[in-house]
Design a protein around this ligand. Sequence first.
Ligand code: NAD
Length: 333
Amino acid sequence: MKIIPSENYDICIGGGSLVHFDFSDYSNLAILVDGNTKEHCLPLLLVQLPSLSNSLIIEIESGEENKNISTCSWIWEELSKHNFDRDSLLINLGGGVIGDMGGFAASTYKRGIDFIQIPTTLLSMADASVGGKLGVNFSGLKNQVGLFKNPKSALIYPKFLETLEKNQLNSGFAEIVKHALIADANLWNQLNTTSFSNVDWEDIIARSIQLKNKIISDDPFEENKRKQLNFGHTFGHAIESYYLEKETPILHGEAVFLGIILELELSNITRQEKSEIKNFILSNFALPHCPPKSEIAKYLTNDKKNQSGKINFSLLSKIGNCSVDNLFSIDEL
Ligand SMILES: NC(=O)c1ccc[n+]([C@@H]2O[C@H](COP(=O)([O-])OP(=O)(O)OC[C@H]3O[C@@H](n4cnc5c(N)ncnc54)[C@H](O)[C@@H]3O)[C@@H](O)[C@H]2O)c1
């Protein structure tokens, strides 16, 4: 097991990670699951931690469309109904939806109870469970209501990935590729030369989290360096919104891969590096069609990072390095 110390909590990765946390100090325990994590992950968790068998199980419906205030209300009602006091703990067992929403529900219930993250998708293991961004979608806008708060611990157990669908695994890989491209040329070279069917998840997730953890520790509230994590996400979010509005949503990581390919063209790296990255992505991952610029322009011009009417990109300055606040008008794209 690897332990990565973060701001005020530990991120534990690997075989012994689930037993690393002391649950005995809490008056009440609840485990938040969705239908898939209840079926595939809860049994595995309880084998390792039989002492959690008496926990309250709060089950929500899976999917991004349920990451909203009414699901939160229901979580708060369940906690209230079972007399959860301020010394209680919420255990978020699931992907980024469970982690973001469970963390938000816990942090606001009775002005805040403790929570831990037990991520079960590659995206949540390698990215979402770290960094303290919590929240729900509101009024048609993603993550519109939320806050920053760290969990008491993040316990990452890669064995959960064995039941994850291939497209979800691919989606999580996009954030790992992004972390390598913006901050670690060695990791990029390793990814570029390793067979995707033969990945050592524990090692790759640990290295990916270490890179994110370093960036967010230096800039927890996204004043400067943390903006590097937006590489691939300006075009990526516009493409994600386009497909959402068409009611044919695509996965976050699929949009990020398309966003990386488009933002490479704006980056100040060599033509050879651009084609190396593009070939890696296109030969390993089946991606949806990339909409033309005219179809996504309205989302780009409404991006919340825009400054003085210009679109704000984080771009590669070389592989393993990223520059922030690169401004382009829509006509320059
Ligand atoms: N807080 C952050 O920093 C951050 C960063 C990136 C993304 N996010 C958020 O994360 C969310 C996306 O997360 P996600 O991709 O994990 O999606 P998700 O939570 O919807 O999970 C994807 C699907 O996989 C299922 N699932 C989860 N674990 C499983 C397992 N082990 N076996 C089988 N099925 C399993 C889920 O039930 C769901 O159907 C978005 O809401 C996004 O905004 C947050």
